[in-house]
Design a protein around this ligand. Structure first.
Ligand code: AGP
Length: 610
């Protein structure tokens, strides 16, 4: 969702800010804008905005030739919430002395707007953001810190702000509440951004601006003030990937690159947590006690991360015999959840920014639960907010459709399941060592499936023409079916549903008619024959069946139109391979439909609003 970048320093701020906006495109947006400052005494602060892509903004800026090099600027990609996709509603917004960009939602903007109307002040846009600019301006008497501080006492909701005061363009101010914002200083100057991807060209060291603190950026340094106005020294975080990881590296799309990166990402995530062949989270400061003395585990997450949680539930319940519920984060918060000090709440998130998941973690903590985050982005809000964190090491995931973040989440859920079983004396060291080895070995099979791209691409010739597609599976395969359906919907725009294969006959089978594609996963021995029976049911109603099984299964070829065989493997680890299959099916279908694979319509990579 909305992307923010601010820069002040020795280089061309217009260029640095627009480059940053291009890097932030992956977050999802529908308009873009920039405010930049030069030493032009008659017109020091200029704003250019547009709907559509950042390239439109760059083209528009090319019509505004500058003789003077802009020394500071703030840029924004907007994902519309309040007010339609128009140039007027695009950020930056200005009022009086204040120009700002914003990620988040000001929940009390109507009340504030009414108050300003009573004073004869009216916004020009329909946005909550302009009301925030009016609020800060209303408190401004030449003291920026005081104005921002007072405004933060009045503004409800979530925000990351980057602010320029027109009478002091030699400084940029930033603050945040419940929305992400990082900052960094290097030889080129000072930066503030939604995430490190925007500034990785310049530095790998950054810090997270603490909630409600205010950062003052100049070309020479960044000063952070706490809520009492004292100077605060933030802790620096170092990223261990470089710019190449955030580029396409010769692949046609980020999604394809990220599918290929999965074996390495899984190994990078799992290896540091295996000591003497056993799962070990001590280097993460996650004590074994966390998995003891609990009578319940709640996994909370959204979208793909939630589907990783579904697989986690199967694994934990199977081996640790502790009841696990998987709660959609946006529902958890409003469901009066049964959570107490004997509950472990595991929040899974790639971005670590998802507002619903963050709210779920905060609620779980107030109810006394222990919280563990499984997060990909280092130092993200969910990681900071949780009692403990296990970072996945997928590197930056740029495509909106999550792929490698999902499989690394799976790999950690497997390790958590084995660890929980071990500390509760339900799994011996020998068994845990064997399981852990099989987990790392499954990466070899993943690579083999990654090499099946031509076969899987061929199948999508049929899928690309479908209006509806069904995914079926039982047990682990049902969780995989859910992820397959989501992936297909989000990037190919084809309607799809995932069903627990046995449930189809309780209503939905009425939708199965001639030639409807049904993708059936049948990789689990205990339900294999049941899934095959369900396949027979849809086949006899004319479905076009794609059947996925392990190798060694004798499949009646009249049962399906395509039979995809997985490499030889233990059934417990098939999700690492079926994940690749479902990702390829969605990817090639979207490519054949000539769609924007990496930035599907209406979607944002990080969903920072509830
Ligand atoms: C996955 O392809 C989606 N883009 C989406 O469902 C995503 O997994 C969800 O929004 C959760 O994001 P998070 O992992 O960053 O919390």
């Amino acid at each position: 969702m909305c992307g923010i970048i601010g820069y002040i320093g020795s280089d061309d701020a217009r260029k640095i800010v627009t480059d940053g906006l291009l890097a932030l495109e992956y977050r999802g947006y529908d308009s873009a804008g920039i405010t930049y400052c030069t030493n032009d005494p008659s017109h020091p602060v200029k704003t250019v905005k547009t709907t559509g892509k950042v390239m439109n903004l760059i083209e528009k800026l090319n019509d505004h030739h500058e003789d003077l090099v802009p020394f500071s600027g703030i840029g924004h990609t907007r994902w519309a919430t309040h007010g339609g996709v128009t140039e007027t509603n695009s950020h930056p917004h200005s009022f009086g002395n204040v120009t700002l960009i914003h990620n988040g939602i000001i929940e009390n903007y109507r009340e504030l707007s009414d108050k300003f109307a009573g004073e004869g002040k009216f916004p020009v846009s329909q946005t909550d953001t302009e009301i925030a600019a009016m609020t800060i301006d209303s408190f401004y008497n030449g003291d920026a810190y005081e104005a921002i501080q007072k405004a933060s006492e009045v503004l409800d909701g979530s925000y990351a702000f980057c602010i320029i005061f027109s009478d002091r363009p030699d400084k940029i101010y930033a603050t945040r509440k419940n929305s992400p914002l990082i900052a960094a200083h290097c030889s080129k100057g000072s930066f503030v951004a939604s995430d490190i991807v925007a500034i990785i060209d310049y530095t790998k060291d950054y810090f997270i601006l603490p909630e409600n603190y205010i950062a003052e950026l100049t070309a020479d340094n960044i000063t952070v003030y706490d809520t009492s106005g004292n100077i605060f020294n933030p802790k620096t975080i170092h990223v261990d990937w470089d710019i190449a990881a955030a580029k396409k590296g010769g692949y046609e799309h980020f999604m394809l690159k990220e599918i290929h990166e999965q074996p390495d990402a899984v190994i990078n995530t799992v290896s540091p947590r295996i000591v003497d062949g056993l799962p070990d989270f001590s280097s993460d400061n996650v004590p074994d006690e966390l998995f003891r003395d609990i009578n319940r585990i709640v996994i909370t997450a959204c979208g793909t991360a939630m589907h990783a949680g579904m697989l986690g539930k199967y694994m934990i319940e199977k081996y640790a015999r502790i009841p696990v519920s998987v709660d959609i984060a946006s529902e958890f918060r409003y469901s009066d959840p049964i959570v107490d000090k004997h509950t472990l709440v595991i929040a899974i998130s790639q971005s670590g920014e998802t507002a619903d998941t963050l709210a779920a973690v905060k609620l779980a903590k107030t109810l006394g639960a222990k919280t563990l985050a499984v997060v990909n982005v280092k130092g993200s809000i969910i990681a900071l907010e949780s009692d403990h964190v296990l970072y996945t090491h997928a590197g930056p995931e740029i495509s909106v459709a999550s792929t490698k973040a999902y499989t690394v989440q799976l790999s950690l859920m497997y390790l958590i399941a084995y660890k929980t079983a071990m500390v509760n004396n339900l799994m011996s060291d020998e068994e845990a060592a064997a399981k852990t080895k099989s987990l790392t070995d499954s990466v070899r099979n993943m690579k083999k499936v990654i090499d099946m791209d031509e076969e899987l691409s061929y199948i999508t010739q049929k899928l690309k023409k479908a209006d509806n597609i069904f995914y079926l599976g039982r047990g682990l395969d049902y969780a995989i079916a859910c992820e397959g359906s989501l992936k297909l919907k989000e990037i190919s725009y084809i309607h799809s549903e995932a069903y627990a294969a046995g449930e189809l006959k309780h209503g939905t089978i009425s939708l199965i008619t001639d030639n409807i594609p049904v993708i059936a996963f049948a990789t689990q021995d205990n339900v294999y024959s049941k899934v095959i029976s369900n396949v027979v049911e849809v086949r006899s109603r004319g479905a076009y069946v794609i059947l996925i099984t392990k190798s060694g299964e004798h499949v009646d070829t009249t049962l399906c139109d395509h039979h995809i065989t997985l490499p030889q493997m233990d059934e417990e680890f098939t999700p690492f391979c079926t994940a690749v299959i479902l990702q390829y099916l969605a990817y090639f279908t979207a490519v054949r439909r000539d769609l924007n694979v990496d930035q599907p319509r209406n979607l944002a990579k990080s969903v920072t609003v509830e």
